[in-house]
Design a protein around this ligand. Structure first.
Ligand SMILES: [Zn+2]
Length: 134
């Protein structure tokens, strides 16, 4: 799987993560899903209602309204972004949450080394997603 982002999306996510640091930043990614690719078209920043530096949770109503806005624009849900103060791989808590989000792509920004990593659960297996920014 390949995740394609525009540089403006990456800038927005990094800036947002810096703004709310050390609280974990969260955003939803929407766009097109052609074969084996996810092309991000829009990024919706959402508040981490836990205000936590180690985990995140989003308001379901905000998620639903973001999904409806994206649908109006003809975009599909690609996945979710969050920052955490550890390497850019899913934590044990993330892995549990990933099971609830089906085949969503998880884009993670490490606030310790600035790396971006993306992962997806496919048939229960954690797979690395290639991130391409242009
Ligand atoms: Zn995490």
């Amino acid at each position: 799987m390949i995740l394609r982002l525009q540089q403006t999306h990456v800038d927005l996510l990094r800036n947002h993560a810096n703004d709310v640091h050390p609280v974990e930043a969260v955003a939803l990614l929407f766009g097109d899903l052609p074969q084996n690719e996810a092309v991000v078209k829009t990024v919706t920043v959402v508040a981490n209602r836990l205000g936590s530096v180690v985990k995140f949770e989003v308001d379901p109503e905000i998620v639903v309204s973001a999904f409806m806005d994206a649908e109006k624009q003809g975009y599909e849900f690609i996945g979710l972004f969050h920052s955490h103060p550890a390497p850019a791989v899913p934590s044990a808590v993330d892995l549990k949450s990933m099971k609830l989000w089906g085949d969503a792509i998880w884009l993670i920004l490490s606030t310790t080394d600035g790396e971006l990593g993306a992962y997806q659960l496919t048939d229960g297996n954690l797979e690395k997603v290639t991130v391409i920014t242009k």
